[in-house]
Design a protein around this ligand. Structure first.
Ligand code: NAD
Length: 349
């Protein structure tokens, strides 16, 4: 016997605008949604958010965007609040916030009564260009990131880039690093839109292009079994740099450095040698670091890499950028990896 399941939700509608219009978030179910919102965003944007959601939210649950609170315990509190508010099987959850709030809320939506309608309204650049699309939800366990989660794409994503007016600059840079990653992977023209001072009128185009590129990659491999792993560009070395610097580097800074190192590694294997220099110039123009500046001990990087979750028995799969829009998943033996790591760290000295 064989059964074919059409798994829901089966598609995501994405709207990208500058302003959060009144009535921008229309619930399919027609009943008042349960609203999960970043506490800082709620403080700054409450009236605009309430105006945008139709029907108006029945209940509001605020989330403090802290990684140590991105836990099953918070999800349990959220589910308890949905229980109290009588959120039914045909109800809905709207999440408004950065990647952290979206991840926690989407996970709760995926397990509450085995899955309810989900709408995401991202408010950081990182969440707009990356986290809001692709269906990855999750929370941390014992300090390890995103160990518990599900694949549960939102039915609707509503982006309003005006939220970025109140986002601290350091947070904007996190999103720029991910946007540059998307550019190297799939759309070189995105890099033209990046820089320390992106005009507010160009932000919707930046977000649209990033989501179009990410959506195309995810559509081929929602469950992250193959090609989606390309989205880890810059992350293998980046995670090791982030950890071994004792988190002195933010995630975005580390991903930028990780991409630069990976470009040097690819060049050693036949990639276009000028790519690393081009990336360095763009990272500098954005305001992201391009050198390690003594924050990292190279031996510690190797030791952190040994704990990286992408380690396989016969080596590790790296995403190597051979050129713009030509990134490849390559398995490196421990010997090849050690030699290329020297090259990468040399590039960052
Ligand atoms: N699901 C995915 O595909 C995916 C992809 C990338 C990252 N993530 C996750 O996203 C999280 C990081 O998310 P993030 O970088 O968006 O940051 P975040 O959600 O942690 O928020 C960062 C800070 O910005 C504040 N903030 C958010 N929007 C604001 C606004 N408009 N104005 C003022 N302040 C605002 C928050 O209160 C917080 O202090 C991580 O937990 C990561 O695991 C998920």
């Amino acid at each position: 016997m064989r059964f074919d399941w059409s798994v829901s939700p089966s598609s995501t509608e994405v709207k990208v605008n500058r302003i959060l219009d009144a009535d921008a978030v229309q619930l399919r179910s027609g009943s008042s949604p349960f609203l999960v919102v970043d506490s800082e965003v709620w403080r700054l944007w409450e009236s605009e958010i309430v105006r945008a959601i139709r029907p108006e939210p029945a209940e509001v649950f605020t989330v403090d965007a802290r990684e140590d609170l991105k836990t099953v315990r918070t999800v349990e509190s959220l589910c308890a609040a949905m229980f109290e508010s009588g959120t039914h099987r045909d109800g809905s959850l709207v999440a408004v916030g950065g990647g952290l709030t979206c991840d926690v809320a989407a996970f709760a939506a995926s397990i509450w009564l085995r899955g309810i309608e989900l709408v995401l309204v991202p408010t950081t650049l990182l969440a707009m260009v990356d986290a809001c699309l692709g269906g990855k939800t999750g929370v941390n366990l014992a300090g390890a990131k995103n160990q518990i989660g599900s694949f549960y794409p939102a039915g609707l994503v509503v982006v309003a880039t005006d939220f970025l007016r109140t986002l601290p600059r350091a947070e904007v840079l996190q999103g720029m690093a991910e946007a540059l990653k998307t550019s190297v992977l799939a759309d070189r023209d995105i890099a033209e839109l990046l820089g320390s001072d992106v005009g507010k009128d160009r932000l919707p185009e930046l977000v649209r292009r990033c989501l179009a590129a990410k959506g195309a990659i995810v559509a081929r491999d929602l469950r992250d079994l193959g090609g989606r792993r390309l989205l880890n560009l810059g992350h293998t070395l980046g995670h090791a740099l982030e950890s071994s610097s004792g988190f002195e580097y933010s995630h975005g800074q580390a991903v930028g450095l990780g991409m630069l190192g990976a470009a040097a590694m690819a060049a050693r294997r036949g990639g276009r040698p000028a790519l690393a220099g081009e990336l360095r110039g763009i990272l500098e123009s954005i305001g992201l670091p391009v050198r390690l500046e003594g924050k990292v001990d190279p031996a510690a990087v190797t030791s952190f890499l040994d704990h990286d979750k992408k380690t396989g028995g016969d080596g590790r799969t790296w995403v190597l950028p051979y050129d713009w829009e030509d990134c490849r998943l390559e398995n490196l033996s421990p010997r090849e990896e050690a030699a290329l790591l020297e090259v990468a760290l040399g590039e960052l000295r």
